[in-house]
Write a protein that binds this ligand. Structure first.
Ligand SMILES: O=P(O)(O)OC[C@H]1O[C@H](OP(=O)(O)OP(=O)(O)O)[C@H](O)[C@@H]1O
Ligand SMILES: Nc1nc2[nH]cnc2c(=O)[nH]1
Ligand SMILES: [Mg+2]
Length: 169
């Protein structure tokens, strides 16, 4: 599907995603003593599993949010499940003991809504686009705003015709 506002494609393989998620864990290690991870579903589930394994965090909570109902077009943001108040209250409250994980930040709208729920939490994503970048504390790779990131769980194997066939007149 072509979207004129997102002309650049950034496909990510499982190997690359795992490496990038481990790189995020490296950047986070030593930055805090978090008691829980809150992952923003669904995209935050996979990186949260990898970061939790690396940092030895076993308390995993979700905040369930949907905003891109129609593939690349953002619609109204729906909070399907808020954060458990017990997790918000860890370490003195307001999310102080919490590490929030998502796959990416794009416009920053999703992260802004979660920041309102957990103002003292540390926000981390694997990828960041310039508009959303100020909303995250730690990320690994920045891509341009007009790039669409394709995650491995959204893709499948497909035959690629040889270049000679596609360029032949
Ligand atoms: O910075 P924003 O412009 O708000 O966009 C970023 C959010 O969009 C995607 O989630 P999506 O709503 O598509 O749901 P999903 O995680 O279930 O795929 C992505 O996983 C982020 O959570
Ligand atoms: N898969 C995917 N989901 C998004 N949600 C907001 N931006 C993106 C993106 O670049 N890729
Ligand atoms: Mg998401």
């Amino acid at each position: 599907m072509e979207n004129p506002e997102q002309p650049k494609a950034f496909p990510v393989s499982w190997d690359q995603f795992h490496r990038d998620a481990r790189a995020l864990a490296w950047r986070l290690s030593g930055q805090g003593e978090w008691q829980a991870i809150v992952c923003i579903t669904r995209g935050g589930l996979v990186p949260a599993a990898i970061v939790a394994r690396e940092l030895g965090i076993r308390m995993i909570e979700t905040v369930c949010i949907a905003s891109y109902h129609d593939y690349e077009n953002q619609g109204s943001l729906q909070v399907i499940k808020p954060v458990d108040p017990k997790v918000v209250g860890l370490d003195g409250g307001q999310g102080a003991g919490v590490l929030v994980i998502d796959d990416l930040v794009d416009t920053g709208k999703t992260a802004r809504v979660v920041r309102e729920m957990l103002p003292k939490a540390h926000f981390a994503t694997i990828y960041a686009k310039p508009m959303g970048r100020p909303m995250v504390d730690t990320f690994v790779t920045e891509v341009s705003q007009d790039t669409w990131i394709y995650f491995p769980w959204d893709m499948g194997w497909q035959f690629q015709p040889p270049l000679a066939k596609t360029t032949a007149g």
